[in-house]
Design a protein around this ligand. Sequence first.
Ligand code: MG
Length: 215
Amino acid sequence: MPAIRIANAELPVANIYCVARNYVAHAAEMGATIGAEPVVFLKPTSALLFPGSSIALPEWSNEIHHEAELVVAIGRDCNNVDRAAARSYIAGYALGLDLTARDVQAEAKKKGMPWTLSKGFAGAAVLTDFVPAPAIEPTDVTFDFSINGELRQHADTRQMAFDVPTLIAWLSSRFGLKAGDLIYTGTPEGVGPIRSGDVLHLLLGKLIDQTFNVA
Ligand code: MG
């Protein structure tokens, strides 16, 4: 089972929840609107790609898009937690890329089929190293994603439709959250393709600064 490290503790990854359409400007660029409740999908743990590995583009898609996201790691099991208590269940934060085969996803959307292949292929859940929870204020933090030194996405979590405590409250009430669950919290506007040879860079202040190569 894949595991993450937060400070000195190893945490086996349980489920990988991903939130779609959580920033208004990104929902708009996808031609979607944001409803009263979060839209959530899952990735298999086999999709995880950790620092030091390069990203291999699948040959069955012509359009792999980056979606840079704040990722939350849950540290303790919880059910039906309220917003106020939600933060105490967070073990740490990373940045991630919710890689998406946009052409395959568009086809799935047209047919009303699941997004599993377009979002869950091997390597589709890119993760930086984690920082412990107290280091980050999840409702008021910014992060950047660039390709070959050019800024492509800038996120300000104050722009989230459903902030991190709200997501934890909602997920814990619908699914129940487990220690080791990861939550990809949605991407801001600016998604676009990655190509072979690109150098991808995820940056959150002085806390997270990591690059990934596309093979
Ligand atoms: Mg996403």
